[in-house]
Each structure stands twice: as structure tokens, then as C-alpha cells.
Design a protein around this ligand. Sequence first.
Ligand code: XMP
Length: 516
Amino acid sequence: MKASSIWIIDLGSQYTQLIVRRMRELGFSSELLTFKQATQKWSEKKRPKALILSGGPRSIFEDKHDYGWCFSEPKLPVLGICYGMQIMAHRLGGEVEKGVLGEYGKTKVFLEDGIKFFPMKEFTAWMSHFDTITKLPFHFISILESQSGLRAGFIHQENPWLGLQFHPEVEHTEGGRDVLKYFCHQLARLKQDWTSDDMLNTSLEHIKAAGGGYTLAALSGGVDSLVAAVLAHQVLGKRLFCFFVDHGLARTQDVAHIQLIQKQTDLNIEIVDASKLFLDGLKGIVDPEVKRKTIGRLFIEVFENEVHALEEKHGVKFTHLLQGTLYPDVIESVSPHGDDGPSVTIKSHHNVGGLPERMKLKLMEPFRFLFKDEVRIVGRTLGLPQEWLDRHPFPGPGLGVRIMGEVTDERLERLRLSDHILYQELRSQKLYHHCWQSACIYLPVKTVGVKGDERVYEDVIALRLVQSLDGMTANIVELPWSFFHTVSARICNEVKGITRVVYDLTTKPPSTIEWE
Ligand code: XMP
């Protein structure tokens, strides 16, 4: 990846990834670094074009970091957000008082009299702080005050240094983007350097740097693995081999989707029908964790066999495994205590964990610097149909974790048909994009009903339609009742063995999105 113009130092706030996203949306390349990483880069004489100190849960009175270098070059623009602002105040001669009167949630903020340059006058901002700045640092002036009379923003009189007590990166802050734009354009005078071409080129560089050996890609039916494969194909051509493991737990739309990709792209895709192996392997299993582990183990077994079969068939030796790993999976996250010492965890997402090492395959992860939205942009730049790029996420273990209890052929068939009805209705009523994810869940719970003039005693389908940003939290989707009427009536009429349809009303947390 080319050097990022903005370094965002993660001091432990839950919103730091959002700062990176916002900066990139505004067209500025930026990366998230722990304080340790940023200090290391700085000592290697690397310099950003601007620095952002994020929010964080700590109090400056417990913070042992030496932030001296962040303010050692007067021309380097620095933005301190929330805790970052308090660090600026503390380090540059101001005073911070511990937990006197904090602010949390939506708070009115007002521009100080006589300040002309700031883009907002009076707005609602998202606050989350306990300590308060009681004395301005040297050479700073106050520009914003909160409804409680607390300092909400200050600026240096000569250097491009700005402190904001609120979170401009959070949607709840009105005009937050304008505030960030003000910092990037007016104060820091940065040049935009993050376009769809930059995203594409960054990803291509990764693929090229791998050296061009024979590469495998396991398509999941999702967006990331598909866009990665289409991109890698541009570099590797016939040296890229893709396969899709049909574990028999896919939805009707997934298999159709892969067949369409097979037809409409130049990708060399093999569909491996392993459904019997999986369905036999799942017989009698009821416990969700055992189910997941069984599916994972069988996937690795099929994967390994397929690699050997392809190597033999084509007389090649694979060197790389292509994966659609995303930026949130690889950034080092600072612990909730804002500590980037030993408690740092590296999140790494390997769909076929353990296998690449065993098979001596090197990972090729062209999207390890991109967010999902950016992968969609790359896909669009490559000319892939919007419909392929906007698909809802679908879990690796597929319908296996959407059938409560044992997975049987009969339940699978009923669930697949119900899910297809839900999908058709969402598409035809143009509601598909109102949901981040949509699912039918099979409940093998007998309830009484009437079909025709007959009493029936049959199973239940639950609908799970959620709104989410990244799957970490989720809300239910409020769709018109007429939609639910149609789906429910169609499922009860068209799917044998189902007489009742219910809607899951729970948010995440406490419930997860998938039921198992
Ligand atoms: P939960 O159920 O944890 O799911 O709220 C959050 C998101 O992750 C997806 N999910 C998975 N995706 N393999 C995957 O590739 C899995 O084992 C898996 N489990 C859950 C889920 O569909 C939702 O989007």
C-alpha cells in the first residue's frame, strides 16, 4: 500500500475504525496505528501529512505514553478527538480535571462569539467523556462550547492543531463530515489521494508482489472472495484456479449465483459437489458447536482433496491461496483499556484456518487494507454487476446453522424453499436493500394449525431481517405488514410441513444474528 497521508492513532475508542472510514470517504488515504506502531514509524523518519489522535476510555492521569513527538513539528496538522483533545491540552500546557462533570450522548454545541472560520454554528454532537479541560493550553483559543458550558473545541493560533471534545466521525454528530472536511481541507490543506483507482491499484500491487505462482481461490458466494478472484485473474490469468464447495447447505440463490458467475466471467471455476459427505457427516448432530466444528472439519477435508486433485489434473503446484480478508480483520486492535502493550490482539480471519501452513501455501490477501464498502467500489470499477456486489452476507456453515436441531434432507428442502420465497418477495417488492441480512430459520417445533378443512400439526419458520453496519450489532428491520402477510401466506401455502411463520424481534445484543 502506498504511504498513507493520515495516521490515525488508536487510543482505544470504539469509534476509531469509523475515523479511518470517514477520512477515506472524504478521499484521503489513512491507516489505523497503535501508539507503539506510530512511534516506531516516526523514529524511522517516516512522516504522515496529518495526525489524528482518537478517543479512548482512559484518563490522561493514567496514561504513560510520551506524546511529545506528536507535537514536535509545528507544521504537522494534528486533530485530537475527545481523549485526543485532552492529550493535546495536557501535553501543551492546559489543564484537565478528573471526572468532575462528564458528558455522554447527544449534546448541543455552540460556536464561540467572533469565530468565523468554523463550518458549524450550533449543532448536536456525540459526546463521551468524563474528564474535562478546565484551562486552555498555551496559544490555543476556544472555538466551541457545549450546552453544559464545557469546552467542546479549541484551535492553535498558529499551528494547524485542532481539538474536538465530541466525535465528528459518529453519525449522531450533525455535520460531523463537514467538521472533518474543515480539518482536512482548510486547516491541514491535504490533497485528496484515495480514489477508486487507488483502491484498485493498492489491491493489484498486492497480487503482483506475490510473484505470479499458481493460485487457488475458494469462492464462498460472497462479495469479497469474488471480487478478489476477478482482480487476481487480471494478473494471473490461467494460473488462477477457483472452486466452490457445494456443501449442500447453500440456498437456491447461492448455487444459481455461482453458476451465473461461471457463465459470465472468465474465471475458471470448479463446483465441487460434496453435499453427500456433509449431510452424512451431520447426521444425528444436534449441538450447534459440534455442527459448526463438523462443517469446518469437512470443509478442510474437501479443500485438501480438491487441491491435490487439481494439482494432479493440471500438472501444477499451487503456491498461493487467495483470500478476501478485510482491513477490520487484520488491524491490531487496542484493548478496551487503551493499552497497546501485551494485551494487543491481532484478529486474523482465515476461512480455512491452519490449512495454508500445513499445505505450505502463502496467503494472498489483496483487500487486507480495504473495508467492505471499498471492496464493492473495486468490484464496480472492475465492471461487476451491482446485484453481485450488494448481496447479503451468508455464513460459511450455511443453512446448517439455520436449522435448529438435526439437519435432515426434509428440513433442508423446506428451509430452502421458504428462504427462496423470502428472497423473491424482498426482491420483487424492492425491499432487499432495506435489510443488511435476511434469513429464514427452521424451528422443528410442532404447532397446531388448519389447512383446508384438516387439522395439521407442523413445524415453524422464523424470519430474521436485520439492519447492521458490520454484523457486530444489529436492529430488526421495520417492513410493511403487507410484506409479512405475503411471505407468511406463501410459506404456509407453498411449503409442505410448515403452518406457522413468526418474526424474530430481538436486537443484537442480546441475540446474535444467526440462531446457532
Ligand atoms: P452472529 O450470528 O454472530 O453473526 O450475530 C454475525 C455475522 O456473521 C455471520 N456469521 C458467519 N459468517 N462463518 C461466516 O463466514 C460463520 O461461521 C459465521 N457465523 C456467523 C452472520 O451471518 C452475520 O452476518
